[in-house]
Design a protein around this ligand. Structure first.
Ligand code: BTN
Length: 245
């Protein structure tokens, strides 16, 4: 593992992206920062993390002949890798919340931001950004349903060792993509998915609330929900969330 350690940077994703645009960087190069001044989350949100307490890092991954249409499989592989690594530290039930949040019961411990660099219909390289709450004890009151490994276990966790476990586990699941074992990857992902096949309340972005259950993830990575009347609807990330969270 080729690792670049920084004290402070705006965002490890932005830094690694810039580096990969201008240089030939090997797959599984990792950039880790103690402090991010402009950490980025999904959908234009900000990723907040207490200085030097948590893991904020990015990994460059190159997969040959990787089609844009298969991009959600990388999201599955990364989520599974982070989940497996974190599970070595905690005993409580852990899940992947679609598309790629890592939950301890119902609280978020990690978020993932994947940025792909394309060439035609292929993904040439991907920047995998991971923010994992490790040893932070207190969180802003504005953040709901958030926790850390320290808050769950009561123990201080060795971040360097955990980082290595995460990268190795991600590599393990990315090999499913390299071997074209998409079906297996999806099965593993669905088996770890939060509220999979469990009737739940959802809220659409127009405020409408309905009861349904997640029954699948579409090829494009959309959430497939079966409603009470057995109709099936598909949703993009921006279109839906769990109600009452
Ligand atoms: C989310 O919104 O859940 C995704 C959060 C991703 C945060 C990580 S921290 C390291 C990397 N650099 C960034 O700017 N973002 C990602």
């Amino acid at each position: 593992m080729n690792i670049i350690k920084l004290n402070a940077i705006d965002s490890t994703n932005s830094y690694l992206k810039e580096l990969a645009i201008n240089n030939e960087i090997s797959s599984y190069t990792v950039v880790v920062a103690k402090h991010q001044t402009a950490g980025r989350g999904q959908m234009g949100t900000v990723w907040l993390s207490e200085d030097d307490k948590n893991l904020t890092f990015s990994i460059l991954i190159k997969i040959s002949n990787f089609k844009v249409s298969h991009q959600f499989y990388l999201s599955m592989a990364v989520s599974l890798g982070v989940l497996k690594a974190v599970k070595t530290k905690v005993t409580m039930p852990m899940f992947i919340k679609w598309p790629n949040d890592i939950l301890a019961e119902k609280d978020k411990v990690a978020g993932i931001l994947i940025e792909n660099m394309l060439s035609g219909t292929a993904i040439k390289q991907s920047i995998i950004g991971i923010g994992l709450n490790v040893n932070q004890k207190q969180f802003s009151v504005t953040l709901k349903n958030v926790t850390s490994l320290m808050n769950i276990t009561g123990e201080t966790i060795d971040k360097e060792q955990l980082l290595e476990t995460i990268v190795n586990n991600i590599q393990y699941y990315v090999e499913f993509i390299e071997q074209n074992e998409f079906y297996k990857l999806k099965e593993l992902y669905l088996n770890s998915l939060y509220k999979y096949k469990i009737p739940s309340m959802f809220e659409e972005n127009n405020g409408a609330i309905f009861l349904g259950k997640i029954i699948d993830i579409s090829k494009e990575g959309k959430l497939v929900i079966e409603l009470e009347n057995e109709t099936i609807r598909k949703f993009n990330l921006k279109e839906i969330k769990f109600a009452n969270r």
